[in-house]
Design a binder for this molecule. Sequence first.
Ligand SMILES: CC(C)(COP(=O)(O)OP(=O)(O)OC[C@H]1O[C@@H](n2cnc3c(N)ncnc32)[C@H](O)[C@@H]1OP(=O)(O)O)[C@@H](O)C(=O)NCCC(=O)NCCS
Length: 188
Amino acid sequence: MKLTTNRLVIRDYEKRDIPSLIENINNLEVSKNLLLVPHPYTLKDAQWWINHCAEEMKKKPRTTYDFALELKSEKKLVGGIALNKVDDFNGTAEIGYWLGQSYWRKGFVSEAVKEIVNFGFEKLKLRRIDVCAWTKNIASNELIKKTGFVYEGMRRQAARSKATGSIHDLYIYGLLKEEWEKFKDLKL
Ligand SMILES: CC(C)(COP(=O)(O)OP(=O)(O)OC[C@H]1O[C@@H](n2cnc3c(N)ncnc32)[C@H](O)[C@@H]1OP(=O)(O)O)[C@@H](O)C(=O)NCCC(=O)NCCS
């Protein structure tokens, strides 16, 4: 599967992503904010991930869309974005994302989140999308609010980072299809 934006190709992971995946995610500044990414991040971890995604892709119905973020200008992976826990009956799913540190603050993940949200509502016919972030993760919380999500509360000590072992409180947010329609008309 492949989606495109102005500057990005958002696509299924491929074996050729392994070197750039390791280069970008083997960085505690990135993985300390994520749930399931080990540190250090080894070749074995990257191979496991690519195989895992290949298996997930085959499932019908697909409940997980894990995508590589490829910069058109560099033609290589610079980050990842996912629509997880896709529940067709309930009409819900959850977004997660990360980006290599050298690419931060250029609007890349905002661009990708908007495209994935659109994909979720238009193609998968979802009615609600969830996202959450550690309460201390200012960058992600700001990004979430700027992409139209609505703050819904905090889950105390709800998550543990695999990279650091630390426990985190989580801010939770949701976006309903009708809110997205309004936000899109205003901001896109
Ligand atoms: C969070 C993360 C994905 C942001 O990606 P990004 O492409 O740099 O974000 P954007 O450039 O689209 O930023 C959108 C807005 O978020 C806020 N923001 C992003 N990075 C920020 C930072 N380092 N400090 C403060 N605010 C920040 C800003 O408000 C920004 O808008 P502006 O640049 O117009 O002011 C990236 O920092 C990252 O991968 N961090 C580590 C992994 C992670 O935290 N993943 C999310 C887990 S919930």
